[in-house]
Design a protein around this ligand. Structure first.
Ligand code: GUN
Length: 278
């Protein structure tokens, strides 16, 4: 039986550490502040945004919410971002994605000041990530590094396979594992002989967005398995990209869905907000 990597517990530890730091800052009259912009009323985005606001309140970060109508023009949104760039009372700016089709996400992301880019999506942040160790790092991959480290799982020299190559998870994940001295393979929908590659992984990180895609035959005996996916099965229960029931007996450690990677993303967003102040 695999050890469960408890993201809920580890994210709570991180938020508690940040809470202490925020309390000390408050004594010096400094209150960190995150601006959260949501365009439209997508129910999933509303849930995410509310969770981010709740985490801010817990840690002691002020959140400024901007709820914009679906039909706002791109220019109006850019004007808001630019005014927040200039606003010294705002440390971090987050524009919840996806944006409506008439707005170019890349343009919006590039308008956020890299100094306030707590999502780590700006090309300057991405460049810094690959070149060195400064700048903001995308929250989900940063959270996975924390999950591994705080669970005592060594990364150095390990064979790591990342399944998925998105800008938000797969690519920055590969970079962070490389930084930790793992040997990294990135696979994707065009990869041939995927099973052959994943079954050599000491650490398998799955972010492909396909429900319960990774079955036992993709996994090496004793591997550490990290599941970034989030879906609902036929019984309307949450599940991941990994078939947990099949893979769990074969793995040495595994993240559950829910309660694995998910809570870490928000904890690392809070960490990035504190970093913006630091
Ligand atoms: N939509 C889904 N995930 C994210 C995220 O991490 N940041 C933002 N801004 N939007 C998202």
């Amino acid at each position: 039986m695999a050890r469960l990597i408890d993201g809920k517990l580890i994210s709570k530890q991180i938020k508690d550490e940040l809470k202490e730091e925020a309390a000390q800052l408050k004594e010096q009259g400094i209150v960190p502040c995150l601006a959260v912009i949501q365009v439209g009323h997508d129910p999933a985005s509303t849930v995410y945004v509310n969770n981010k606001k709740k985490a801010c309140a817990y840690v002691g970060i002020e959140s400024k919410a901007f709820e914009l109508e679906e039909d706002i023009s791109q220019q109006e949104l850019l004007n808001l971002v630019e005014s927040l760039n200039q606003d010294d009372s705002v440390n971090g700016i987050l524009v919840q994605l996806p944006l409506p089709k008439h707005i170019d996400e890349d343009v919006v992301i590039q308008t956020i000041s890299p100094k306030k880019d707590v999502d780590g999506f700006h090309p300057v942040s991405v460049g810094n990530l690959w070149i060195g160790d400064k700048g903001f790092v995308s929250c989900t991959p940063a959270g996975i590094i924390q999950l591994l480290k705080r669970s005592g799982i060594s990364i150095e020299g390990k064979n790591c396979v990342v399944v998925g190559r998105s800008n938000i998870v797969g690519k920055p994940m590969a970079c962070l594992m490389l930084r930790e001295n793992a040997t990294v393979t990135v696979t994707h929908s065009h990869t041939q002989n995927l099973k052959e590659i994943t079954s050599k992984a000491d650490i398998l990180i799955v972010a492909i967005g396909k429900r319960e895609f990774i079955t036992a035959d993709y996994v090496k005996e004793g591997a550490v398995v990290i599941d970034v996916g989030m879906h609902r099965n036929e019984e309307n229960k949450l599940c991941g990209d990994v078939n947990f029931k099949e893979v769990e007996p074969k793995a040495s450690a595994i993240t559950p869905v829910p309660g694995g990677v998910g809570p870490m993303t928000i904890a690392m967003l809070m960490n990035n907000c504190m970093d913006a102040v630091r």
